[in-house]
Design a protein around this ligand. Structure first.
Ligand code: NDP
Length: 313
């Protein structure tokens, strides 16, 4: 340990609804939390459009605007919000050590992990080769570039349904590639997709390859029932097949499931390490909502507060 070490009471890693809520609660409890925002300040909600289901916003709210509100509230309560990415962990003994931006170390007795989850990719070579050249995992971020053009989207969950509808308002046709003969999305979202005239669905279809040299020109899909391959001319290709938890730097220290979601003791935010708590999507593969993330951030703050006060282990 060198002079680039700082001691803090509570360290919060991540800045989605879970992180900011944990910051609001721990700040109000006088714990002077320090929060590092991570790679995507504001988290996944900064790449979404309208949020209609967060209680308290009677007329809905734009995701990025909501996260600015969260941050302002945490700051007003006295939380120390900082740019920076947690790059290494040492949970071998207290005080725990977390490295920030591969330079400085933070020492703390209480850590609240709220690092969220990130988009998954298909894993085919052309997807990486054409990333940024027509291939994207965020329709809301990049849909605008394909105004009036034909695009494809792969996936059949609520995210894919929401993004397909979003794209249908900008693009001439949205080709939706679905690997089974059914959608996973909620019934209301399925109905909206099916009722949108310029969304064309390809059931039982997988993406074989995305075609083009320096730009996306077509996608080749294969029907898994018949083996038939079809080329669809497109300018944009969107991947919307789910997410993976951002938990890599905690591997080997904290108990996780096979997919990398941090395990918490049911009904609490406690991990297998005393004084280390997890909240939000990094520990939740079921609900994954802004409001549930915020709720779990509150739980983590209260758990950390009790832990530091010596009331609970
Ligand atoms: P999901 O895991 O729900 O869905 C992923 C979809 O991608 C599934 O249809 C899956 O197919 C498909 N898929 C996965 N891997 C591949 C692959 N390699 N090739 C082709 N297709 C693939 O993820 P979402 O991001 O859609 O949603 C996550 C959670 O967030 C859900 O609980 C959802 O309800 C929620 N959500 C809620 C919203 C809201 O309330 N406004 C908005 C967005 C999400 P298969 O079905 O065959 O497994």
């Amino acid at each position: 340990m060198n002079e680039a070490t700082e001691k803090v009471d509570v360290l919060i890693i991540g800045s989605g609804p879970a992180g900011y809520t944990a910051a609001i609660y721990t700040a109000r409890a006088g714990l002077k939390p320090v929060l590092y925002q991570g790679v995507q300040p504001g988290g996944q909600l900064t790449i979404t459009t309208e949020v209609e289901n967060y209680p308290g916003y009677a007329n809905g709210v734009q995701g990025p605007e909501m996260m600015v509100d969260f941050e302002k509230q945490a700051t007003r309560m006295g939380a120390d919000i900082r740019y920076g990415i947690a790059t290494k962990t040492d949970f071998s003994k207290q005080p725990y050590k977390i490295q920030i931006d591969e330079e400085k170390w933070i020492e703390t007795n209480a850590v609240i992990i709220c690092t969220g989850a990130s988009a998954k990719w298909l894993g085919i070579p052309s997807e990486q080769r054409l990333n940024g050249m027509g291939v994207s995992a965020c329709a809301v971020c990049d849909g605008f570039f394909f105004k009036g053009k034909e695009v494809a989207i792969v996936g059949a969950g609520d995210t894919a349904a929401e993004e397909a509808i979003y794209l249908s308002k900008l693009c001439s046709t949205v080709h939706m590639i679905i690997r089974r003969d059914a959608m996973r999305a909620s019934k209301i979202m399925q109905e909206r997709v099916l009722a949108t005239p310029n969304i064309k669905i390809y059931w039982n279809s997988e993406t074989d390859e995305i075609l083009g040299e320096n730009k996306t020109e077509a996608v080749r899909i294969v029907n898994t029932k018949t083996g038939e391959k079809t080329n669809i001319p497109i300018s944009g290709f969107f991947v919307a097949i789910g997410h993976q938890p951002n938990s890599d730097i905690f591997k080997g220290w904290i108990d996780m499931d096979d997919a990398g979601y941090i395990k918490t003791i049911p009904g609490t935010s406690k991990t297998n390490i005393k004084g280390v708590f997890a909240a939000g999507d990094v520990q939740d593969k079921i609900y994954r909502q802004a409001v549930t993330a915020a709720g779990s951030g509150c739980m983590a703050a209260l758990d950390a507060e009790r832990y530091l006060a010596g009331i609970e282990e």
